[in-house]
Design a protein around this ligand. Sequence first.
Ligand code: PMP
Length: 286
Amino acid sequence: FDDRDGFIWFNGTLVPWREAKVHVLTHGLHYGSGVFEGERVYNGKVFKLTEHSERLRYSGQVLGFEVPYSTEELNDATKKVLEANGIVDGYVRPVAWRGSEVMGVAAQQSKINVAIACWVWPSYFSPEAKMKGIRLCMAPWRRPAPDTAPCHAKASGLYMICTLSKHKAEQDGYHDAVMLDYRGRLAEATGANMFLVMNGKIHTPTPDCFLDGITRQTVIGLARRRGLEVIERPIMPAELANAQEVFLTGTAAEITPVGSIADYTFTPGEVTRALIQDYDAETKNA
Ligand code: PMP
């Protein structure tokens, strides 16, 4: 992914893609002191840009550092790098991390670096093609408790168990995995939140130890606007037996219908289809 044309915004300037490099003694690499974002551009506009820029700054604060750019500066930098690369429909990846000035667990004096990359990523699937539903398994790893990890930050270190779970899922022939939380409740997929439709009502796990995704919040708003009831509550995995439809939400996933989770099967239907249409309209007309 590093050998290509284009530009990456790196600590305030646009640098050629191949030259956006860091030192091997980067603290973020050794100790996981990095935070990042994932954003989507639709028709030349980043969906919920300010919310993402604010979350990057918030995640940094949770990890004990201040991202050295304001929300407005991050927004401007994002627009600049999109323009430099001519991206109209794509993905944006901002990342902030502690640099290589200090080696050791304590690194208060390290420099905070920020980079923003972007690349073309059109929406490949028509709503109808998506309706088949993806196959999920149960993940071998659980979301940690709030006093075990800074679970509300979008922090690089938290993705170790996501990568392990996703690799295991793909190795076993699944698309993704559902992670339970430290109490054994349903939490989320490895990079997306989850929703269950039970008898016309929408249920979603309370995000008390995982990311309350920006897409999740958007979809809850869209569902309520349609007059659908949305219930946030603790959900045990056995309750999957009572769900007719299940879908995932995330910036990259958008709304992805789920066909099965382990031995539980679902038929993506009316509610999922309606919300996909609403989300489509919301992102395209934003
Ligand atoms: N959970 C995890 C672990 C994620 O990586 C993501 C993607 N950022 C989400 C949930 C969904 O968040 P969002 O809707 O803000 O993209």
